[in-house]
Design a protein around this ligand. Structure first.
Ligand SMILES: Nc1nc2c(ncn2[C@@H]2O[C@H](COP(=O)(O)OP(=O)(O)O)[C@@H](O)[C@H]2O)c(=O)[nH]1
Ligand SMILES: Nc1ncnc2c1ncn2[C@@H]1O[C@H](COP(=O)(O)OP(=O)(O)O)[C@@H](O)[C@H]1O
Length: 219
């Protein structure tokens, strides 16, 4: 699915699909923004959703906000790479932007739930790297949902009720990061991305790279 890109070290490699999931409020949006701003070759996949826009959210940056009939038309037109029902709303990853980014040799970051992660993994098992973010405690999770101050008390209660079920999905992920101190959590996520970029199987240009040096040595 992915084409090769050049690493700064000159070796071509395949782009990867980097997935961050967590129960609502554990910090995946914060970590995603930090990662994208510090990683030039990483592009965020912007999902479509039927949920209402929160204060401070921007159309096309945070989500494409669509109504249910538009969303269902996109499903019918096979415009989603994956989609799922989450908290009584629909969320989906538009296919075109992801395919364009990967074809241009960039890595793509996904903030999607466990159902979407499963769908991506079954489509591209070798290209998906998944990270699950856990909160340090239930108390911290609730506090974060309140301090974000973007959802009603009723919505927050609903998300807390579902947090246990969401958390139990950790065992389908490659890596688990507990987001207690944000700086440390960010360093962990960044280290995972870097290590995965350097996996031998992704560095498809290694043979050519080493061959060039061998020829030079033989001259
Ligand atoms: N499967 C899938 N899940 C998504 C997508 N976009 C967002 N989600 C998930 O939907 C859930 C709710 O997201 P959101 O309403 O932004 O709430 P938040 O998690 O509190 O920021 C989160 O678990 C997201 O990871 C998508 O395109 N596909
Ligand atoms: N390590 C952390 N310590 C304290 N607050 C945090 C931490 N990580 C995130 N937050 C805050 O918690 C709230 C929820 O984080 P957010 O990234 O929106 O979570 P999610 O996208 O997983 O729902 C936000 O107000 C964010 O600033």
């Amino acid at each position: 699915m992915t084409k090769a890109m050049h690493n700064p070290n000159g070796v071509e490699r395949r782009g990867l699909m980097f997935v961050l999931s967590s129960p609502s409020g554990a910090g995946k949006t914060t970590l995603s923004r930090m990662l994208v701003s510090e990683t030039p070759e990483l592009e965020m996949s912007v999902s479509a959703t039927t949920r209402p826009m929160r204060p401070g959210e921007i159309e096309g940056r945070d989500y494409y906000f669509v109504d249910r009939s538009k969303f269902d038309a996109m499903i019918a037109a096979d415009e989603f790479l994956e989609w799922a029902n989450v908290f009584d709303n629909r969320y989906g990853t538009p296919r075109a932007a992801v395919e364009t980014a990967l074809a241009a040799g960039r890595d793509v970051l996904f903030d999607i739930d466990w159902q979407g992660t499963q769908q991506l993994r079954s489509r591209a098992p070798n290209d998906v790297v998944s990270v699950f973010i856990l909160p340090p405690s239930v108390q911290a999770l609730e506090h974060r949902l309140h301090t974000r101050a973007q959802d009603s008390d009723e919505v927050i209660r609903g998300r807390m009720r579902k947090a246990g079920d969401e958390m139990s999905r950790f065992d389908a992920y490659d890596y688990i990061v507990v987001n207690d101190n944000i700086g440390m959590a960010f360093e962990s996520v960044r280290a995972i991305l870097r290590a995965e970029q350097l996996k031998r199987a992704r560095q498809v240009g290694l043979d050519a790279f080493v061959q060039r040096m061998r020829l030079e040595l033989e001259r």
